[in-house]
Design a protein. Structure first.
Lengths: 177, 177
DNA sequence: TTCTAATCAGCAGTAAACAC
DNA sequence: GTGTTTACTGCTGATTAGAA
């Protein structure tokens, strides 16, 4: 008997509601992953590579074993799911919660998984772009959805003092001179 | 067949749930709220993604009425709690989960609340700095804890030009003690 | 009104499972 | 073995809404 999530501590959680998912009913099998997660963890690996003496970034992690291992294996997207996701991505790489919700319902994935998929997809595209640049390749060799997203990103970061408030010349005396 | 877990939701971000430690000395003043929240985000449309273009801004969120309203009112930090938080912040504005945990236990707040407090505190300081800059004020008019934090930020993002502001030795309380 | 507790969504970084 | 996907963590910035 699985007794799915018996109480446990409930764990709050924010991202996705999850619980009352109306549709998505496989009906049988599928051991529902218990939402119980304790992740109290916190620290991450250090960063700030330079500088022998950095202020205090994060000490190494505690256990770094996520609940995945404790609960179950990863689920990979099927061809159908992937097709839909990629189609939607080409239409809009950053869909709203609303749209993501609809997609999730369509392909029977959790909203959370859909959200993560889009995030990872964006990251992947960025990484690809970086590689392309480093290889000195033509931009033409970059897929169009990629170009679109990157262009969008560039546009956004360039507006106002949004991104680099502290780095702007003239604002801080120690800035770029 | 997709057959993936339905509810699951895996949640996560909540980070630390309502403190599974039952023996957290029940303070008379503060009732530690068990942060069990089931954020149900909404759906509602309102957006029109314009297909890839116009990244301008996100559509207004639906109602974003979260558990707060459903469960209970906001809890504000007491003077004692605030005193501790601010002291710790002056020592280190970005404490590790460990430290946060200790603080939370000390002042009888949830770890999540402590984390949020630090986040908001940093945001506040940044905002203040921005205002100061826009007003063209001197940096000297900025409180020191603020300068410290901002300098730290600048160092990290700029990684090369960081030196000037805190070039003077021993400005950082963090990490050194 | 301002201040602040709390949420949401995105990102970088990372880890582990999976594919090659 | 490396490389790719799924997933999670903490953080930021923006935003919402409750208290003062």
């Amino acid at each position: 008997m699985v007794t799915q999530l018996e109480a446990s501590s409930l764990s709050a959680m924010a991202g996705t509601p999850g619980a009352p998912t109306p549709s998505a009913s496989p009906g049988s099998s599928v051991t529902p992953v218990k939402t119980e997660q304790l992740t109290d963890d916190g620290s991450m690996t250090s960063l700030t590579p330079t500088n022998g003496q950095t202020p205090s970034r994060r000490p190494p992690r505690k256990s770094t074993l996520t609940q995945q291992q404790k609960n179950q294996k990863r689920q990979r997207a099927t061809q159908d799911q992937l097709a839909t996701l990629e189609l939607e991505f080409s239409k809009n790489p950053t869909p709203t919660a609303d749209v993501r919700d609809r997609i999730a319902d369509e392909i029977n994935m959790t909203q959370r998984s859909v959200q993560i998929w889009f995030q990872n997809r964006r990251a992947k595209i960025k990484l690809m772009a970086k590689k392309h640049l480093e290889n000195g390749e033509d931009l033409d060799s970059i897929p169009e959805s990629m170009r679109q997203y990157l262009a969008m990103q560039a546009m956004e970061s360039g507006k106002g003092l949004g991104g680099s408030l502290l780095g702007r010349a003239g604002l801080f005396p120690y800035g770029g001179g």
